[in-house]
Design a protein around this ligand. Structure first.
Ligand code: GLN
Length: 485
């Protein structure tokens, strides 16, 4: 998709300005139903497009991403633009600088159409936790797009952006991609700088591309990856030109299939589609091996201790003084005594939604003296055991595998409201995705089939997890699957 558009831009078949305006008219037509965007950045987009058109006119070389319209999840800072994290507490917040990923995209000549909806501060799995709107799944508008990057994914699936950026803390790029039929990549922890991403859980968060094809995913990753001095956790080894590794040949690759991910909670129709995908990998020359991730049953409980702990710390900065909303002298004030504490309490009470508050409270509890050892420390220990499971699974000197395959989510996109009153059910939609974040490996979700429900073909995603910093192999295997009918 990106390469094709790039050619058209270079041949002069279409200008970037025309392409950009075409996308805005698509947004105008469709987004009143889908509600993927929170803010449109039309002035910025048109300026960026014109600059690329100028370059083309002068015969200058342009990057593959130059002039191509894309969307950004609204938890990444774009200088001078509104950045809300879909929270009322940042309703009037204008970002004073560009996130590193934005800087890099701008350098490539990307055209930024706007900022997309998400679960408030990326906490959720359906985008229903947004303080502003409920984004719909473009495949079936009675269903959620998944979350938390629901707006970004819906913008791509609804053809309102060529690609988008999302963030993934426990599945937020991959699970919505599975629900809407897009390709979603969570890179290795440290592969992409988090500078300028509004932090949810800093030891798990990664930014990644949401695209129509695996090739596009590789192209976008190449441009956003690499060391950044503004993020101490960004890896020293720079990014690569990942698109150069898409050979279409996967013979000799060993793919592990974890038995724990094919248990009773997996929907039968999805199991059948996953088994077919495994057959296809075999036909393509891959070796398939049943494996075990012994500690995988603890992944979700560990995730829901570590995430709230880090959330409670990260959210401390939203106090009504430093950023965004500040409530002073509210009629229904909690204290109503004119103190600073009153501002803190009232701003957070009014500015934050229930899921965010719940995680802040839980995390404060799990980090408090007396409970720290019992919860947070224990969770970190089990996280280490999971990490060791993966070291064994990928061990090259033993009978290790190269990649791990499973469905992305245990069921297809669900209907609005279906899980809002049952948090455990909502959390379970991430059962196969959180582990990659806990151990830091890269993982990709890509379409592997559809199931018919209410007369609609709902997309199903397959997930491949790769070795730490093994994005080239991961992308090549997904790409080969995708281009083989
Ligand atoms: N659904 C998961 C959660 O609510 C993952 C969110 C994410 O990856 N940002 O925490």
């Amino acid at each position: 998709m990106i390469k094709k558009l790039h050619k058209q831009l270079k041949n002069g078949e279409i200008t970037s300005t025309e392409l950009t305006l075409k996308y805005f008219s698509k947004i105008e037509k469709k987004d009143s139903d889908i509600l993927a965007f929170l803010t449109l950045t039309k002035d910025l987009a048109v300026k960026q497009a014109q600059a690329v058109d100028e370059k083309i006119k002068k015969g200058e070389e342009i990057d593959l991403l130059a002039g191509i319209p894309m969307a950004i999840k609204d938890n990444m800072c774009v200088s001078g633009e509104r950045t809300t994290a879909a929270s009322k507490i940042l309703d009037n917040y204008i970002a004073p600088y560009d996130a590193t990923v934005i800087k890099r995209l701008k350098k490539s000549g990307a055209v930024i159409l706007g900022k997309t909806n998400l679960d408030e501060f990326a906490m959720g799995a359906s985008t229903e936790n947004s303080a502003y709107q409920k984004t719909k799944n473009p495949i079936d508008i009675s269903r959620v797009p998944g979350g938390s990057s629901g707006g970004s994914v819906a913008s791509v699936a609804g053809k309102m952006a060529v690609y988008a950026l999302g963030s993934d803390t426990g599945g937020s790029i991959r699970q919505p991609s599975a629900f809407c039929g897009t390709v979603g990549l969570k890179p290795t922890y440290g592969r992409v700088s988090r500078h300028g991403l509004l932090a949810m859980a800093s030891s798990l968060d990664q930014i990644g591309p949401i695209t129509e094809t695996v090739e596009d995913s590789a192209i976008v990753l190449s441009r956003i990856a690499g060391r950044d001095k503004m993020d101490a956790t960004s890896a020293k080894s720079g990014g690569k030109s990942y698109e150069d590794f898409l050979t279409g040949d996967i013979s000799g690759v060993t793919i592990g299939v974890p038995k724990e991910y094919f248990g009773d909670d997996l929907d039968d129709k999805i199991r059948a589609i996953a088994m077919k995908a495994i057959d296809k990998f075999k036909k393509l020359g891959a070796k398939i091996k049943e494996i075990s991730i012994p500690h995988s049953e603890y992944a979700l409980p560990v995730y829901y201790i570590i995430v709230p702990s880090e959330v409670s710390s990260n959210m401390a900065r939203f106090d009504g003084i430093r950023y965004g909303l500040s409530i002073d002298n509210e009629e229904k004030s909690i204290l109503n005594d004119g103190t600073l504490l009153e501002t803190y309490l009232d701003t957070r009470e009014i500015g934050l939604g229930d899921e965010v508050k719940k995680r802040m409270m839980l995390g404060t509890y799990t980090l408090s003296a007396g409970y720290y050892d019992a919860y947070y420390k224990k969770a970190q220990k089990v996280r280490e055991l999971l990490y060791q499971d993966f070291q064994k699974i990928f061990n090259p000197s033993g009978d290790g595998v190269d990649l791990i395959f499973s469905p992305t989510a245990p069921e297809p996109a669900f209907k609005f409201g279906e899980k809002m009153n049952d948090p455990l059910k909502m959390y379970l939609t991430d059962i196969y995705t959180v582990t990659a974040n806990l151990v830091g490996v890269p993982a990709i979700s890509f379409p592997i089939g559809t199931v018919k429900e209410d007369g609609k073909d709902l997309p199903i995603g397959g997930q491949l997890m790769g070795k730490w910093f093994g994005e080239e192999e991961l992308l090549n295997v997904a790409h080969t699957f995708e281009i083989t009918k």
